[in-house]
Design a protein around this ligand. Structure first.
Ligand SMILES: [Zn+2]
Ligand SMILES: [Zn+2]
Length: 474
């Protein structure tokens, strides 16, 4: 009756990792203080030993002043900075933006010193390793990957090799102007700029994006993660033959392609609440898969009626993120006809998953059972009613002991009413604290639940069916 939810929890943890990974700077578009990554104890010799700029017999003025001094500008041009990098380290703005500003600064410097252009040591920018040339290429790949996906917000991150970041920082802090812009931030900005040129609607955010894009600065590999969407609703389960979530086939453990016993589906039960609700939605939104997070769960043979059981459906990698929810409800109700139904769906966020999973509510049940020896009908009724308000003690039921630790729980039976007798069958309605095992409360599970209907009646009881009548959420 409870949801152990192991599978879903793993899913969530994996996502959290992604999020952490992303916010830890790997995919972050925030401007981090990269200075922190630079070990403070690098011996000076390493800097002078480097042969990066000391080649072809050219001399480099190591004592050049930092930008924006004209000599500093001349120096960074000489060592090969591209227009993008000149723009961000020069500390000069001639009224334009980005590489255009860099190009103007360069032209000015050439005018002042007509030997400068011929003394440039390389056309390979030592600060960015010409990464800015790849911005268009990167952005093309992003849009290619997202060509069928609808989204409005994006979080963008780029991972740069540590050595590049360190080297960049060293050169920039020596020759760049004060407060010059670090490489990573400038690259991300250039990419944002390019993306906005292609699609003005894209909004860049630092949390809860529709899509997360991660670029590896070394290989230019582009990874796009389309974030899931979450829908909240309450389901009624009208069938006694379907589990809440997908159950992998016992014979083949749900391997791809399945086996003979599951007719190739990989599933132990062809239907589940998860798929009856999730599949029509998944198809309609062009998503990859779903996860189902219920507020507890009922046994396969138990119906769930009343206003239904709260759940959050997580829709993974959807192509469409905005949709008429009443239309989805209609699709689900058509698909689940006679088995599962919903009244409505609302948009929610991942936060709701934990809320739903952690919530504990009293429930009202109706249960029908047969008794071996009814005895006097009125006495039997009174005996059952005497359980109203009682605190019962339940050891972990035998039927779930393989997956739950042995433990004794105290649970309160809030009320018992509507006891009716028909021949040797009894039907009763009762309201219990969250986590009460109702079938065990009736048949006692060989004395593991005490008191029980069996113990107060002094007769064996056999459960015929059980319904959840209402889940009393507030
Ligand atoms: Zn550059
Ligand atoms: Zn199978």
């Amino acid at each position: 009756m409870e949801n152990d939810g192991t599978k879903n929890e793993i899913d969530i943890e994996e996502e959290d990792e992604w999020q952490l990974f992303a916010s830890a700077g790997y995919a972050s578009s925030e401007l981090e203080s990269e200075e922190q990554e630079i070990p403070q104890d690098i011996p000076e010799e390493i800097w002078f030993d480097g042969d990066d700029f000391d080649f072809e017999g050219s001399t480099v003025n190591w004592d050049s002043p930092p930008c924006p001094a004209p000599l500093g500008i001349a120096h960074v041009i000489k060592i090969g900075l591209c227009d993008h990098c000149i723009n961000r380290v020069s500390g000069i703005r001639i009224g334009t933006h980005g590489p255009d500003n860099g190009a103007l600064i360069r032209a000015n410097a050439y005018e002042k010193d007509n030997e400068l252009e011929s003394s440039i040591m390389q056309d390979y920018c030592p600060l960015c390793e010409n990464l800015f040339d790849d911005v268009d290429n990167i952005v093309d790949r992003v849009f290619e990957t997202l060509s069928e996906t609808k989204f409005s917000t994006m979080q963008f991150g780029i991972h740069l090799p540590k050595e590049l970041v360190q080297e960049e920082d060293r050169v920039r802090s020596k020759y760049g102007s004060q407060g010059s812009y670090p490489l990573k931030g400038a690259l991300v900005e250039a990419i944002h700029h390019r993306i906005s040129k292609i699609n003005k609607e894209v909004e860049f955010v630092k949390e809860r994006p529709d899509v997360m894009v991660l670029v590896d600065g070394l290989t230019l590999r582009v990874d796009v993660d389309v974030r899931p969407i979450f829908l909240y609703g309450r389901y009624r389960k009208l069938s006694r033959e379907i589990p809440q979530t997908r159950w992998p086939c016992r014979a083949c453990r749900g391997r791809a392609g399945g086996c003979e016993s599951c007719k190739g589906t990989g599933l132990q039960y062809p239907d589940s609440v998860q798929d009856l609700i999730g599949e029509p939605i998944r198809k309609e939104l062009g998503a990859e898969d779903t996860s189902f997070h219920g507020m507890g769960r009922e046994d396969i043979d138990v119906r769930c009626l009343g206003s239904g059981r709260p759940f959050v459906l997580e829709v993974k990698r959807p192509l469409v993120r905005e949709y008429q929810l009443d239309h989805l409800v209609r699709l689900v109700n058509e698909n689940g006809s006679g088995k599962v139904e919903l009244d409505d769906l609302i948009w929610t966020s991942k936060k709701k998953v934990n809320e739903v999973k952690q919530s504990r509510s009293e429930k009202t049940y109706t249960i029908r059972f047969s008794v071996d020896d009814l005895g006097d009908e009125e006495e039997a009724k009174q005996a059952i009613l005497s359980l109203s308000g009682k605190v019962i003690s339940q050891e972990t039921p035998k039927r779930v002991s393989h997956r739950r630790a042995a433990k004794t729980r105290k649970r309160r039976v809030s009320s018992v009413d509507k006891v009716s007798v028909e021949g040797n069958e009894i039907e009763m309605t009762l309201r219990c604290e969250a986590g009460t095992y109702i079938k065990e409360l009736v048949h006692s599970d060989e004395g593991r639940t005490s008191p029980s209907v069996k113990s107060v009646m002094g007769s064996e009881c056999h459960v015929i069916w059980l319904d959840v009548e209402e889940i009393h959420t507030d």
